[in-house]
Design a protein around this ligand. Structure first.
Ligand SMILES: NC(=O)c1ccc[n+]([C@@H]2O[C@H](COP(=O)([O-])OP(=O)(O)OC[C@H]3O[C@@H](n4cnc5c(N)ncnc54)[C@H](O)[C@@H]3O)[C@@H](O)[C@H]2O)c1
Ligand SMILES: O=P(O)(O)OC[C@H](O)CO
Length: 332
C-alpha cells in the first residue's frame, strides 16, 4: 500500500471523522465528504470537527461538500447511518470506478428489506469490491488515538490484506476475516441488545441482572447468527462479543445511553427517532425480531426491546415477561 493512497470517506459524523483520522495516521490522503457546508468549513479552516469536540484534524484529512470528489477515490469508506446506506450508496455509485474497494462501516440491517448492508451495496454499486469494518470502537476514543482492534471482512480474500494495511495505524489494529455475514450480524444485533442492557442499568436492576442479561444477550446473538449462516468464532470475536461487551456496558454507547434513559424514565420510546443522538438499535430491533421469527429462533430480549420501542409493552411488563418465561436448559 503506497503512503499516498487516495481515500474517500462518505459521511462526516463521529465515525466517519474518526476513521478519516485513522486512515490519515496510517498514511492515506483522505477526502471526507460532509453534506453540511459548516462541517466542511470547520474541518478545512479550523481543523476541528463538530461531531468530535476537542479533537484536532490530522493534516492528511481534507473535507469536501462534493460527493463525486470523495466517491472517486481509489478506496471508498461509507460512514453514514445504516438506514441511509441504500440512498447514499446509490448517489455515490455514479462516481465510484469499477473495482473500487468499498468499505461499509455502519452497523445495522436495512429495515425496509431485512437485507444486510453488504447485500444492499451489492445492488447499488455492483462493480465495487465490498468489505465491512466492525468491532469495538467508540469514535471519540478512536479519534484520540486510544487503542482498539476491529475486524475487516470481505469475501474478496485478495483485497483483505491491503485493506488492513490502509487502516492499520498506531492504536488501530484491524484483523481480517472472510465472514462478511457474521461480522455484520454481530454489529447490528449488539445495538439492539445494548438498549436492553441500558434499560437494566437505568431501572437499577443491579449488577447481577446486568451480567445475566448481557450473557443471555450473547446467547441470543449467537442463536440468530448461527441461523443466518454466521461462523461461531465471528460471533464470539471482536465484531460480536467484543462489540457487545463494549456497547452493553458503557454510556459512551448511544444505544446503551438511550436504554438507560428509557429505563430511568428520562426518555420515551419515540425519542429514538426524534433527531437526537443516533440509536441504530431502535431501527434494527423490529427487523431483527422479524428475522428471528422467520428463522424460528428464540430471541426474547430483542422481542422485548422491539415491543417496548413500539409501545406494545411497558418496561415493567417486558421485564416480567423475560423473568417469567418457562424454565429451560441453559444451552438449548
Ligand atoms: N460513533 C461511533 O462510535 C461508531 C463506531 C462504530 C460504528 N459506528 C456506526 O457508524 C454509523 C454512523 O454513526 P456515527 O456515529 O457517525 O453517526 P453520526 O450521527 O455522528 O453521524 C452520521 C453522519 O451521517 C450523515 N448523513 C446522514 N444521512 C446522510 C446522507 N443521506 N448523506 C450524507 N450524509 C448523511 C450525517 O450528516 C452525519 O454527519 C452508524 O451505523 C454507527 O453504528 C459508529
Ligand atoms: O454509540 P453506539 O451505541 O452506536 O456504539 C458505537 C460503536 O458501535 C461501538 O463499537
Amino acid at each position: 500500500m503506497s503512503e499516498s493512497r487516495e481515500i474517500g470517506v462518505i459521511g462526516a459524523g463521529a465515525w466517519g471523522t474518526a476513521l478519516a483520522l485513522v486512515l490519515a495516521r496510517a498514511g492515506g490522503r483522505v477526502t471526507l465528504y460532509a453534506r453540511n457546508p459548516e462541517t466542511v468549513a470547520a474541518i478545512n479552516a479550523e481543523r476541528t470537527a463538530p461531531s468530535l469536540p476537542g479533537v484536532a484534524i490530522e493534516p492528511g484529512v481534507e473535507a469536501t461538500g462534493d460527493l463525486a470528489t470523495a466517491a472517486g477515490k481509489e478506496l471508498v469508506i461509507l460512514a453514514t447511518p445504516a438506514q441511509t446506506t441504500r440512498e447514499v450508496s446509490t448517489q455515490a455509485a455514479a462516481f465510484i470506478a469499477p473495482g473500487t474497494p468499498l468499505v461499509i462501516t455502519a452497523k445495522g440491517i436495512e429495515r425496509a428489506t431485512g437485507r444486510l448492508l453488504s447485500d444492499v451495496v451489492a445492488e447499488t454499486v455492483p462493480d465495487a469490491r465490498v468489505a465491512v469494518l466492525s468491532g469495538p470502537g467508540f469514535a471519540g476514543e478512536v479519534a484520540r488515538g486510544l487503542p482498539t482492534a476491529v475486524t475487516i471482512a470481505t469475501a474478496d480474500t485478495a483485497l483483505a490484506p491491503s485493506l488492513a494495511e490502509a487502516f492499520a495505524a498506531p492504536g488501530f489494529r484491524p484483523y481480517v476475516s472472510d465472514d462478511l455475514r457474521g461480522v455484520q450480524i454481530g454489529g447490528a444485533l449488539k445495538n439492539v441488545l445494548a438498549i436492553a442492557a441500558g434499560i437494566v442499568k437505568g431501572r437499577d436492576l443491579g449488577a447481577s441482572a446486568h451480567a445475566a442479561l448481557v450473557t443471555r444477550a450473547l446467547a441470543e446473538l449467537i442463536r440468530l447468527g448461527d441461523a443466518e449462516g454466521a461462523r461461531r468464532e465471528t460471533l464470539t470475536g471482536l465484531s460480536g462479543l467484543g462489540d457487545l461487551m463494549l456497547t452493553s456496558t458503557n454510556p459512551q454507547s448511544r444505544n446503551f445511553a438511550f436504554g438507560e434513559a428509557l429505563g430511568s424514565g428520562a426518555a420515551r420510546p419515540s425519542d429514538a427517532a426524534a433527531g437526537g443522538p443516533l440509536v441504530e438499535g431502535a431501527a434494527t430491533a423490529p427487523i431483527a425480531v422479524r428475522l428471528a421469527r422467520d428463522l424460528g429462533v428464540d430471541a426474547p430480549i430483542m422481542e422485548a426491546v422491539a415491543a417496548v420501542l413500539a409501545e406494545k409493552l411497558t418496561i415493567d411488563q417486558a421485564i416480567d415477561a423475560l423473568l417469567s418465561r418457562p424454565l429451560k436448559r441453559e444451552h438449548d
